[in-house]
Each structure stands twice: as structure tokens, then as C-alpha cells.
Design a protein around this ligand. Structure first.
Ligand SMILES: [Cu+2]
Length: 149
């Protein structure tokens, strides 16, 4: 790659990184990390998209200092009843992507030690089965009451 092209690519990467909270952990890019507002003492949920340009991997843990504990959950609806299950991880296929979103996978923040208000930012550290681990910024979006997770 020419030096000039390298600079242009580096510039584009920086612009993308500034547009939305995002990060790179190993071969996996974490995009659009967000959460809903939630009161101190209650539970919150974090959502993001995992885009994998490397080999198959698995999200196995999350941690943040805004909550007492962080668990990987999956919401599923059976017979019209939504139910959350604590799962051991989320597979991220080679070259594939997974979106954590309301009604599906999410990171459950258990026992928030502070209020999450619209516009706030906090950090979450994600660990993958490959051993790759990294911290991304989560943006609290909106002023709605927390929805069903
Ligand atoms: Cu949950």
C-alpha cells in the first residue's frame, strides 16, 4: 500500500470511529454500543453489533463499573410471553455479524450503581473465547423509561 493511500485509509477509520461509539477487539468490530436510560439501583441493558472479519469466536463475558454484575442474556418470546435467559456466550461466526438488540441478545447490567441518563457515556469491557478483550464506549440514548429487555 502506498504511503498516501495508507494515510487516507487511516483518516477514514478515524472518521468512522468518531461517528458512533465503536471499537475493535481482535478481528471483531463493535459498533453502535448503546443503552437505554435506567435508574440507579435498577437493571439496565447494553446493545451493540459485533462484526467479525476474523475466524469464528464467541463473546463470553462483559464487565463495567456502572453495575454490580454484567450477564449475557437472550430474550425470547414463547406463546406471547417474553422471557430472558442467562446464556454462557454469543457465537460470532467467521465473517459474520450479530446484533444485540431489544427482544434478543443483550448485556444485562445488574444493580446499577448510578443513574444512566440520555447522553451519558460509560465503558464496557468485552472478552471473547479467543482471549481477545477490549473496552468500548456505550452511549445512553433517549429519555424513555426502560422497555422490556
Ligand atoms: Cu436481561
Amino acid at each position: 500500500m502506498s504511503r498516501l493511500l495508507g494515510l487516507v485509509v487511516a483518516g477514514m477509520v478515524m472518521i468512522t470511529a468518531c461517528a458512533t461509539p465503536a471499537g475493535q477487539v481482535g478481528g471483531i468490530r463493535i459498533e453502535n454500543a448503546w443503552s437505554r436510560p435506567a435508574a440507579a439501583g435498577s437493571n439496565g441493558a447494553v446493545y451493540f453489533t459485533l462484526r467479525n472479519s476474523g475466524g469464528a469466536d464467541r463473546l463470553v463475558a462483559a464487565s463495567t463499573d456502572v453495575a454490580r454484575a454484567s450477564e449475557i442474556h437472550k430474550t425470547s418470546t414463547e406463546g406471547g410471553v417474553a422471557r430472558m435467559t442467562h446464556v454462557t456466550g454469543i457465537d460470532v461466526p467467521a465473517g459474520g455479524s450479530i446484533e444485540l438488540k431489544p427482544g434478543s441478545y443483550h448485556i444485562m447490567l445488574i444493580g446499577l450503581n448510578r443513574e444512566l441518563r440520555g447522553g451519558d457515556k460509560f465503558s464496557i469491557t468485552l472478552t471473547f473465547q479467543s482471549g481477545a478483550s477490549g473496552t468500548v464506549t456505550v452511549e445512553v440514548k433517549g429519555n424513555d423509561p426502560p422497555p422490556a429487555y
